[in-house]
Design a protein around this ligand. Structure first.
Ligand SMILES: Nc1nc2c(ncn2[C@@H]2O[C@H](COP(=O)(O)OP(=O)(O)OP(=O)(O)O)[C@@H](O)[C@H]2O)c(=O)[nH]1
Ligand SMILES: [Mg+2]
Length: 172
């Protein structure tokens, strides 16, 4: 199971996503500080909303296997810059919540996430559970655990640690 780090503005639906993935009924609980469990790191939205705290978010990413930007389908503005993935040494994915909102503009949120460098984008409804199984399937794929030498070899090829080796290439 991949450990997922959630970041996104307050009310985006991060905590609800953790509840929905655990099969719990949604219960509102404002996140006051970063909660770390075995599979998930849930941060308060205010951290992503401040440029000073956002550095701390980059640090938390080192404790995770994958970093998820969480944005609701009716989000009025974009908090994340282009090519965000370049300063996060983990795969970056996007999770669009509140797909049931009558103000949803999913194509726009997808564009923001693609600009940020998300390699996968999932659309979910935390209330009904729609779309969660696809995300769950992705999280259940075990990440490859590399030795330092293997990681350095991948770096020498100019590829990310989580990218597959090019065809015909194997570890020395
Ligand atoms: N309709 C709908 N409401 C949702 C969905 N996901 C979350 N919500 C609601 O959105 C509100 C905010 O959700 P939270 O999960 O607490 O948001 P958060 O991102 O954890 O916010 P902070 O803890 O402040 O950072 C709650 O009232 C949820 O019930 C969804 O997919 N659909
Ligand atoms: Mg929360």
């Amino acid at each position: 199971m991949k450990k997922m780090f959630l970041m996104g503005r307050s009310e985006a639906g991060k905590t609800s996503l953790t509840q929905a993935l655990k099969g719990e009924k949604l219960h509102y609980k404002k996140t006051q500080y970063t909660n770390i469990t075995d599979d998930m790191i849930d941060s308060p939205g205010e951290y992503a909303e401040s440029k000073y705290f956002s550095l701390g978010l980059a640090c938390f990413s080192f404790e995770a296997d994958v970093v998820a930007i969480v944005q609701s389908a009716d989000e009025p503005y974009n908090l994340f810059g282009q090519c965000l993935h370049t300063f996060i040494q983990r795969p970056l994915i996007g999770v669009i919540t509140k797909t049931d909102s009558s103000y949803a503009n999913i194509p726009m949120i997808r564009l923001w996430m693609e600009d940020a460098g998300c390699e996968r984008i999932f659309e979910v409804n935390n209330v009904t559970g729609e779309g969660l199984s696809e995300l769950m399937e992705y999280l259940e794929e075990e990440p490859e655990r590399l030795t330092l030498e293997q990681a350095k070899f991948k770096q020498s090829l100019g590829i990310n640690e989580w990218d597959p080796l090019p065809p015909g290439v194997s570890y020395p």
